[in-house]
Write a protein that binds this ligand. Structure first.
Ligand code: FE2
Length: 294
């Protein structure tokens, strides 16, 4: 097994820093198992001092499972369809699109969303651009019992773009639209397949309705849960350093980017996502609105 050091980044075990590993070469099975155990424990792993090509980044991602296909087909790295480019893009004079600039979890409109997402630095601005994470196990545990009972068993419709999204999603290309699945159904309360711990599963950019609930009541419940889940006491805030590869669990944390840097500077990262086990998601019942109606 490769020797490395691991240091928790918060007192509530959200985020841990790993030093002493070179991910440009494949890791052995024992190291892989240990890293997956660390991932289940800390939810966000920060690998320092990496310098990975897109191929090496893809191999490093595969330590945690098979790679997930990207939703936007037009932002893929040539030759590496699972590796996506995150960049501050000027969409109109003086206007910039920032990927992920409000709290969310990735691709929850899919029936089996990716279990994890990883980013690796290519170029960073001289200040700002942190990524924030909130621990959804802690958020669930801290809910009043009455709220836990109220949301238990509720199913939420996750669309590509919610009617209530706090930010506009980037428009899908015709090629991307062809492969977009129908809206998915997910419970508010899920059980983590590795730890057995309960967590809140929220995504304000995609949650569009609750089965059996009026829209106005659903919307206020979304807002109440989001306000609760994004408290600082559940947060790990990552300040990027060149050479970082960060991977997070899309089930147990939500994340958000910050567009608070000089847009004349380039913030460029590679992104990839890891597939989850469809059996885990299937065990939670019908996964699309269409399947529920059938
Ligand atoms: Fe994201």
């Amino acid at each position: 097994m490769s020797q490395y050091t691991i240091t928790p980044m918060t007192e509530h075990a959200t985020g841990a820093e790993i030093r002493g590993l070179d991910l440009s070469v494949p890791v052995d099975d024992t190291t892989r198992k240990q890293l997956n155990a660390d991932f289940a424990r800390y939810h966000v792993l920060v690998f320092r001092d990496q310098q990975l090509s897109t191929s090496q980044f893809a191999v490093a991602g595969e330590i945690f499972g098979p790679l997930f296909s990207q939703q936007h087909k037009d932002s893929r790295e040539p030759g590496h369809p699972e590796v996506f480019e995150i960049r501050n893009v000027e969409t109109a004079p003086g206007k910039y699109y920032i990927n992920g600039a409000t709290y969310h979890t990735d691709h929850s409109n899919h029936p089996c969303p990716p279990k994890a997402t990883a980013l690796h630095t290519v170029s960073l601005p001289s200040y700002g651009g942190d990524t924030q994470f909130v621990n959804m196990h802690l958020a669930y545990d801290a809910l009043p019992d009455a709220v836990k009972q109220r949301i238990e068993g509720l199913k939420v419709v996750h669309a590509f773009e919610s009617r209530y999204t706090p930010r506009k999603m980037r428009t899908l290309s015709p090629e991307s639209r062809k492969t977009l699945p129908p809206p998915a159904l997910h419970p508010f309360v899920r059980v983590h397949p590795e730890s057995g711990r309960r967590f809140l599963y929220l995504n304000p950019v995609r949650m569009d309705a609750i089965i059996g609930m009026e829209d106005s009541a659903a919307r206020s419940l979304f807002e109440e849960l989001l306000m609760h889940a994004t408290q600082k006491r559940f947060e790990y805030r990552h300040k990027w350093v060149m050479g970082d590869m960060v991977i997070w669990d899309n089930r147990s944390v939500m994340h958000q980017a910050n567009g608070d840097y000089d847009m004349k500077e380039v913030r460029h990262l590679y992104r990839l996502m890891i597939q989850d086990d469809p059996k885990v998601w299937a065990s939670e019942g019908a996964k699309t609105v269409a399947a529920m109606a059938a």
